[in-house]
Design a protein around this ligand. Structure first.
Ligand code: NAD
Length: 422
């Protein structure tokens, strides 16, 4: 863009005016502006209230993963994402897991941590004791902020204090441990942390700076496991290959990043479909993976006495059914209805199972035929569309690309041109 991006009062403009201005400044066409203005299942007025400077919406495909049996209950799992193969892989993994009883998942309850940072404390360890001695008063102040949450059995339940050494010297970190019930809880916890801050200053004789939730939600874990029949997996060699793949991830952060990305393919896709804060989920997952020093897989894979494959997953899962987009986005509400979950912890458990399924599917493909065959079939259709193929032509071009094992844009273009000449 040629003009300055400094636009005072952009947020005050009516929605349509904002888009017109963006159009004028960037030169996007009327058609492009129209495409961006369509918001799918989300009314534009709702979108305008959700974030700032709204001009439209962007939709990603929503697929339904089938075959999921979790804690003895069947689920149809909505997954929203742009990446091919993920929904198919989840469904396929869930089908295999069913043979040995499906996924078993537990959770630690919806406990979140709110941090209050205190600096300039003359006696950090003495201050720690004072805070712990005033635990009840701090909890009472926190709970005054959210009578609704407290009436539902939630609220601030404990106070934890740590003296953290930093490049600016020791600081006292007071932590509120809050049961956030069916809420993800960031707003609820932040409000409590802010409310107790003056009290914390008074007890510590220091200066409070940050008062904010921690996304390392390690008191809100889901633990999932599943057994995969060795023959269904593809035999002893594939089982062995998956265990080796896990060993690789455990030994090497470069591999581990992609191992955990596979888990998050499932977790985030369900999260987006159900209106969750997926940045919080990602931050929680990766900080948890790095918590014990180094960077570890969120799952484990081993062979049991029968030679079957056993997978487990343990990770934070801060999700909610009240508050955030889960309540205001009509498509998210409908997706939650499809899933049929009644509590935030049930949603967290389903997401843990999907993460484990997704990781299994990726490892199985890698340890047997390689990831590209399945992936590329779907990718080929995207490539065909991107060079201008439409209707039946998409599949014809994609099939040729797969048969030739040349899933590339230049080749797709050649094939399309060839076919169009006929
Ligand atoms: P919220 O404040 O909108 O809703 C939570 C409130 O709903 C509770 O405080 C309670 O009063 C009420 N409530 C009613 N029924 C309830 C039930 N059954 N269980 C629990 N509470 C019930 O939302 P929230 O979950 O506190 O905050 C989530 C939002 O905060 C998300 O949009 C997230 O993106 C955002 N956020 C995240 C971060 C972060 O670091 N992760 C930081 C700031 C804000």
């Amino acid at each position: 863009m040629k003009e300055s991006s400094e636009i005072p009062g952009f947020y005050k403009l009516p929605l349509e005016e904002r888009m017109k201005l963006v159009q004028r400044l960037t030169g996007i066409t009327e058609e492009e502006a129209k495409t961006l203005s369509s918001t799918g299942g989300l009314p534009i007025e709702t979108a305008d209230r959700m974030i700032e400077n709204v001009v439209g919406g962007i939709t990603v495909p929503l697929g339904i993963a089938v075959n999921f049996l979790i804690n003895g209950k069947d689920y149809l799992v909505p997954m929203a994402l742009e990446e091919p193969s993920v929904v198919a892989a989840a469904s396929n993994a869930a089908k295999m897991a069913r043979m040995k009883g499906g996924f078993k998942v537990t959770n630690t309850g919806p406990m979140m941590i709110g941090q209050i940072q205190v600096v300039g404390v003359p006696d950090p360890n003495g201050a720690k004791m004072k805070l712990l001695n005033h635990r009840e008063a701090i909890l009472a102040k926190a709970n005054e902020q959210d009578p609704m949450l407290v009436s539902l059995g939630g609220g601030a339940k404990d106070v934890n204090v740590r003296v953290v050494s930093s490049i600016r010297g020791p600081m006292v970190i007071a932590e509120l441990i809050v049961n956030t019930g069916d809420a993800m809880g960031a707003n609820a916890v932040n409000t409590m942390a802010e409310a107790v801050a003056p009290m914390v200053e008074q007890f510590t004789k220091g200066r409070v700076l940050l008062r904010i939730i921690s996304n390392l939600a390690d008191r809100r874990l889901v633990r999932a496991s599943a057994v995969f029949d060795k023959d269904a997996v593809g035999g002893e060699e594939v089982v062995d290959g998956i265990v080796y793949a896990y060993a690789f991830a455990k030994a090497d952060p470069y591999r581990c990043a992609t191992h955990n990305k596979g888990v998050m393919n499932g977790v985030v896709a369900v999260g987006i479909a159900c209106g969750q804060d997926t940045r919080a989920l990602e931050a929680g997952a990766h900080s948890f993976a790095a918590k014990r020093g180094g960077y570890s897989p969120l799952t484990t894979w081993e062979e049991n006495a029968d030679g079957d494959l056993v997978g487990t997953l343990e990770m934070p899962m801060a999700v909610g059914l009240v508050g955030g987009a889960s309540k205001v986005h009509p498509a998210a509400r409908a997706a939650i209805r499809i899933l049929g979950v009644k509590t935030a912890t049930e949603l967290a458990e389903v997401m843990g199972a999907v993460g484990l399924a997704q990781n299994f599917a990726a490892l199985r493909a890698l340890a047997s035929e390689g990831i590209q065959r399945g992936h590329m079939k779907l990718h080929a259709r995207n490539i065909a569309s991107s060079v201008g193929a439409t209707g039946k032509m998409v599949d014809i071009v994609a099939q040729r690309l797969v048969a030739e094992r040349k899933i590339r844009m230049d080749r797709a273009k050649e094939i399309l041109e060839e076919l169009q000449k006929k």
